[in-house]
Design a protein around this ligand. Structure first.
Ligand code: ATP
Ligand code: MG
Length: 498
């Protein structure tokens, strides 16, 4: 039903698409894959009229089309759920769902009753419980994502493009989303599904297209291909095991957290210890309170807590206090807290550690350049260091966030969803970096919703459920089953603990 042929696109000197082909069948789910920066989002933005293509043809339902803006493509039945969410933080959930599409009566007055009715019906389909009056800015990232999905489903779309839709969703929400995709597919809707989560691709997609170096390198029915072939066509080489082996044995206790609370009561009485060189995983369902724990620990949210680092009591009231005591926090929301979009890659990377690059009041340009180049190389960011972060692809922005904290020399690094939206090759590089940091004595707290990642990388895992730590697993106790049991409020049987 949709054919894109020989699509070319350059941003300035940067030739991103060099003749990409993409064919979408009716009532199918089509996975679009490729490394960070491969051009997936750009290709879809061209389709819906956000970017202008330089060359190429697009046929939709047997007609040549060239949408000039998204209003045109929406009218033609194409809806795009963006990787970077487009939520209006000051507006309510209801207002967000109907922005630009408000229902009015014949006198032009908003028909709130009708809007609420339609909104509830979509939210119900998604099995998503949220107050329509809640201010969107107070919603978690996962909730914001669900609002975006609901918004797309309220249109009569024939093609729905989802760019990394599940990065912030829980397993339960993902299941619900997939169920809904299947239902709509049976009704004739087609999906373009962009994701770096390989397991999802095999679960949900019918066809797969892989892009690399500006071209289409693989187009197959999903059941005719496999993990290795996809990874190989994405990164151009075979990848060995996904998680590098841990080489560090954690040392003595470095930080003790006692009776941590926050004033909003999203969690209570959090106590735990972190050892030197340890990777401590925090697992739990979305909304369990993991992010809130870290915000409070880091001094972003107010609340009571007793913290000891190296046997000494420390007082952390603000993020500046936290940094002074060698803590670093990589937040899950890079757009709000992690990056300054209209600064360059280099400025963003060196900003928090500027002091260490400064001598007699002058910034040492050579060392900032070296650091930036080294980080870019390792994390495979191909864009020049002087480019603005706003021009980077979603995944590459995330890499910049990571790089900037690695440079600070923080002794305790808190990573909240560090690999969200990052491609398989760079993910492994990040795991490798985590290992190297712990070899240098750095301790890491990792929050991740991807169970295989927490399991693959953590020395010990604490599980959070409804704002409390419900248990800890270590060594041979570490299993998906045990973690899920604790994450849903259950208890481990004696037989599961050995
Ligand atoms: N508005 C823009 N201005 C300049 N360059 C851009 C712009 N948008 C994207 N690019 C560049 O185009 C290339 C492709 O980016 P795109 O966002 O399409 O990648 P992607 O495949 O979606 O990656 P990811 O998996 O990280 O989301 C990147 O090199 C990026 O820096
Ligand atoms: Mg993208």
């Amino acid at each position: 039903m949709l054919q894109m042929t020989g699509i070319h696109k350059a941003f300035g000197q940067n030739e991103v698409l060099k003749g990409v082909d993409f064919n979408l069948k009716e009532a199918s789910v089509h996975a679009l894959m490729g490394e960070n920066g491969a051009g997936k989002s750009t290709l879809m933005k061209i389709l819906v009229g956000i970017h202008k293509k330089d060359q190429g043809d697009i046929k939709y339902q047997n007609q040549n089309i060239d949408f000039k803006h998204t209003q045109m493509s929406e009218e033609a039945g194409l809806t795009f759920i963006h990787q970077e969410l487009n939520i209006w933080p000051e507006l309510t959930v209801l207002e967000n769902l109907f922005i630009g599409k408000e229902i009015r009566n014949k006198f032009g007055i908003l028909n709130e009753k009708q809007m609420k009715k339609e909104a509830r019906s979509v939210l119900e389909k998604l099995n998503f419980n949220i107050s329509l009056r809640k201010v969107a800015g107070h919603c978690s990232i996962g909730e914001q994502q669900m609002i975006e999905i609901a918004k797309a489903l309220m249109t009569d779309a024939k093609v729905i493009i989802m760019d990394e839709p599940t990065a912030a969703l829980t397993d339960k929400e993902i299941k619900q989303l997939f169920k809904l995709i299947k239902t709509l597919q049976n009704e004739g809707v087609s999906f373009v599904y962009i994701s770096h989560r390989m397991a999802e691709i095999f679960e949900i997609s019918d066809q797969i297209t892989v892009m690399r170096d500006g071209k289409t390198v693989l187009y197959k029915d999903t059941h005719d291909t496999n993990y290795d072939e996809i990874v190989k066509s994405m990164v151009g080489r075979a990848l060995t095991e996904q998680f590098p082996e841990r080489t560090v044995t954690p040392g003595d206790v470095l930080m003790k957290v006692n009776a941590l609370n926050n004033d909003n009561h999203q969690m209570s009485n959090i106590s735990f210890e972190l050892k030197k060189g340890e990777i401590l995983g925090f697992s739990g369902l979305m909304g369990a309170g993991r992010t809130e724990i870290m915000r409070s620990l880091f001094g972003i949210d107010k609340g009571h807590k007793d913290i000891e680092i190296n046997g000494k009591k420390v007082n952390i009231k603000t993020p500046e206090d936290a940094m002074k005591h060698s803590l670093g926090l990589i937040t899950e929301n890079r757009k709000d807290e992690g990056l300054i979009l209209d600064f360059t890659i280099e400025d963003n990377m060196v900003l928090p550690s500027l002091a260490s690059f400064t001598k007699n009041g002058f910034v040492n340009e050579k060392s900032t350049r070296l650091f930036t180049e080294q980080m870019s190389n390792r994390l495979n960011i191909k864009t020049k260091r002087k480019a603005l972060v706003s021009s980077l692809s979603g995944g590459n922005q995330q890499k910049v966030v990571l790089a900037k904290w690695i440079g600070t020399g923080a002794q305790i690094l808190i990573l909240d969803e560090p690999t969200r939206g990052i491609d398989v090759g760079a993910k492994r590089e990040i795991y490798q970096l985590m290992n190297e940091l712990t070899e240098r004595g750095v301790s890491i707290i990792m929050i991740s919703s991807e169970l295989p990642e927490v399991i693959g990388m953590s020395d010990r895992i604490l599980v959070v459920h409804e704002g409390k730590i419900t248990g800890q697993v270590e060594g041979s106790q570490i299993s998906e089953e045990n973690i899920m049991t604790l994450a849903t409020g259950g208890k481990l049987h004696a037989t599961n603990i050995n």
